[in-house]
Design a protein around this ligand. Structure first.
Ligand code: TYD
Ligand code: MG
Length: 450
């Protein structure tokens, strides 16, 4: 028998090296190399012993709707492009405590009258039972299995023959064929490959839960994302109740959709009307608050941006933002300084996007600028105005994508006016919604504060 070989594997990108190195030449991360032992047993996932198949004519291949399984969670079905495709491998990643196990268990309970095998390597059967007691839905065909050994999981899955298999989490699973510890790159890769083979051979959809490393990528190598069919990212700020489920990769649907959930005492609730949650219009208008019509994926919603501008206490003014890129904030402040003559360089500026969610939509610029100006002048913008526009370096207000959707959402939410870029063409007036066009920062200032 051949000798065991020791290699050092980067836990971030999966690169291998015969000796330990501190700095990964492939992904440039530091201190990511770990020793792993490779047993030269025939690899578990060798494609050669898969059943031989013949090429088929595309027109002759039959598919039906029954190739998708609808879960009881409509937000999830929509994200996946109309339900889980049979035999698909779905990876759900997210930070610890974000609610991955909760969502997975809720899904298992919502799949009414279908056999589901929920494998938990992190919680005992009793703990899962306790959690299930708090969640909505009931499924008397839901099996809970506390196991970390891959081979046992496969054996049990073969006996139970479930309609859906959930693995919580892929990092706790280990194959006895490999020496390295659970969670190491080679284990994660091997276990995922094995689950892929199981899914493709049996046609059972498999959901893998994966942890995310501190820099936001899925723990384990990028390779994982290539193996699986769907990658769903579960994100949100642990201090807030909102969670966003975002497909990063989807072989069977669009990646432009997002699902929004709210974490409540009894599990995750689907949010069908996000605008109502992210804006508060019941209190008196305050200065420094304006509302942006944003689009995330394909979903338009209204969100509140809040700014506080005060005289700098120290020599260097502070700039801080939550939910919005600080560099972009600095850029917008520089534009205000240069193009509109506001002396913001001697001011502390704080920016916050309500609800603890992160936005990267450039159309939110206009609302950010309005909030900053409003706080600086201590003059409220009012609840009746929405904003959608990007601000350029020369102070021009640039047009943004999906403007019709934004206008429609503002009108649906009962806004009186929406401020957009004057460069948009053929904008249809909406019932009761005034459209105000601006082309420059100066005209925005005039429109709002004079
Ligand atoms: P969990 O699903 O265990 O997170 P993950 O698997 O991603 O690590 O979710 C943990 C958090 O969710 C925990 O902090 C408590 C909260 N939670 C609720 O608020 N309500 C509930 O009904 C449940 C089950 C959890
Ligand atoms: Mg968990």
């Amino acid at each position: 028998m051949a000798k065991n070989k020791t290699v050092y594997v980067c836990q971030n990108c999966g690169a291998e090296s015969p000796k330990w190195i501190g700095h990964c030449p492939a992904c440039k991360e530091w201190n990511t190399y770990r020793e792993e032992i490779i047993t030269p047993s025939p690899t578990v996932m060798s494609a050669s012993n898969a059943p031989r198949r013949k090429p088929e004519l595309l027109s002759g291949i039959e598919v039906s709707d029954s190739d998708r399984i609808t879960t009881g969670i409509s937000e999830m079905d929509r994200l996946l492009g109309g339900g889980m495709v049979k035999g698909s491998l779905i990876l759900m990643g997210g930070e610890p405590g974000i609610g991955k196990s909760t969502l997975a268990l809720q899904l298992a309970l919502a799949c009414r009258d279908r056999r589901v095998l929920y494998v938990s390597g992190e919680e005992s059967e009793g703990q899962v039972k306790l959690r299930a007691g708090r969640l909505p839905g009931e499924n008397d065909q839901c099996f809970i299995y506390n196991e970390t050994e891959l081979e046992n999981v496969i054996t049990q899955a073969g006996m139970i023959n479930p309609h859906l298999l959930i693995i919580d989490s892929i990092q706790t699973l280990r194959s006895t064929l490999l020496e390295s510890s659970a969670g190491s790159v080679s284990q994660v890769r091997e276990c995922t490959a094995m689950m892929l083979r199981y899914a493709k051979e049996t046609g059972v959809p498999v959901i893998l839960i994966g942890h995310i490393t501190k820099d936001g990528s899925l723990a384990g190598p990028k390779v994982l994302e290539h193996i699986v069919d769907v990658v769903l990212q579960f994100e949100g700020d642990g201090n807030y109740v909102f969670r966003i489920l975002r497909p990063v990769k989807n072989r069977f649907g669009s990646t432009a959709e997002i699902g929004i959930f709210e974490m409540a005492g009894n599990g995750l609730r689907e949010v069908t009307n996000p605008s109502e949650l992210f804006i508060r219009r019941d209190r008196d208008p305050a200065s420094g608050v304006s509302i942006a019509a944003t689009v995330d994926g394909l979903r338009p919603f209204m969100i509140e941006t809040q700014a506080l501008v005060s005289s700098a206490v120290y020599g260097t003014p502070q700039r801080s933002s939550t939910g919005f890129d600080t560099r972009r904030l600095n850029m917008l402040l520089a534009v205000l300084e240069k193009r509109a003559g506001f002396r913001l360089a001697v001011k502390d500026v704080f920016l916050n996007i309500a609800g603890g969610i992160k936005v990267s939509d450039p159309a939110i610029d206009l609302a950010v600028v309005s909030s900053v100006l409003s706080s600086n002048l201590d003059s409220p913008v009012g609840h009746n105005t929405a904003f959608a526009g990007e601000v350029g370096l020369s102070g021009e207000i640039r047009p943004v994508a999906r403007i019709e959707q934004r206008i429609l959402e503002a009108s649906r939410m009962g806004f009186g006016q929406i401020v957009i870029s004057g460069y948009h063409r053929n904008i249809k007036e909406q019932n009761g919604l005034n459209i105000r066009s601006v082309v420059k920062i100066e005209s925005l200032v005039k429109l709002l504060f004079s």
